[in-house]
Design a protein around this ligand. Structure first.
Ligand SMILES: Cc1cc2nc3c(=O)[nH]c(=O)nc-3n(C[C@H](O)[C@H](O)[C@H](O)COP(=O)(O)O)c2cc1C
Length: 169
């Protein structure tokens, strides 16, 4: 496979175990730069990308997120907030940016995992913790960090022929 983007998309898998290695600020900035270029409904871009590298804050978030305990070990945690009064398609916008982050991260040999956080039990606690402005809503939360290949699960995927349909059902 020679196309690097295609390779990254095909080889990305959720990573839930990380090694103790910092991610440079330059790399995190480049990844968020990819996020902010994602498409948004009516080009509203009514979002903020919160990058958390502080160990104490990460640890607190990990303790709140039942299915995201591994955030504590990750080099960083990224939270996407959208102003639902300004965005026309908030969840879709955040999801598009999330995928951009995951693919950009993969190209830096960084693993990610999406942690379901839209209107979940832990969402309000996280919003309070990070002083989230009143008009913003937490849409997605991600862990991001360096990892070892052998620690990655490879969940089975449906075959192309099972999911691809030409012209009509
Ligand atoms: C909207 C969404 C929410 C998810 N929430 C969680 C979560 O809370 N915790 C977790 O460990 N994985 C979560 N995942 C990751 C999925 O479990 C994972 O993508 C799926 O098992 C397929 O594996 P893959 O990402 O390795 O291809 C979520 C994925 C999506 C798209």
């Amino acid at each position: 496979m020679s196309n690097k983007t295609i390779k990254n998309i095909k080889e990305r898998r959720s990573v839930r175990k990380y090694i103790d290695k910092n991610i440079s600020g330059e790399i995190l900035e480049e990844i968020i730069d990819c996020a902010r270029l994602a498409p948004t409904g009516n080009n509203r871009q009514a979002w903020s990308f919160l990058v958390i590298t502080d160990a104490e804050i990460k640890s607190k978030i990990a303790s709140y997120a039942r299915y995201g305990k591994f955030i504590e070990e990750a080099g960083a945690c990224i939270a996407i907030f959208v102003n639902q009064n300004k965005a026309t398609t908030p969840l879709q916008d955040a999801s598009a940016a999330t995928e951009n982050i995951m693919i950009a991260a993969k190209s830096y040999d960084l693993g990610t995992c999406w942690i379901n956080s839209y209107q979940k039990e832990h969402s309000k606690k996280i919003k309070d913790l990070v002083n989230c402005p009143q008009d913003m809503e937490l849409m997605t939360l991600m862990s991001i960090g360096y990892y070892q290949e052998e620690d990655v699960n490879m969940p089975s995927k449906k075959n192309l022929s099972e999911v691809m349909v030409w012209d009509k059902f």
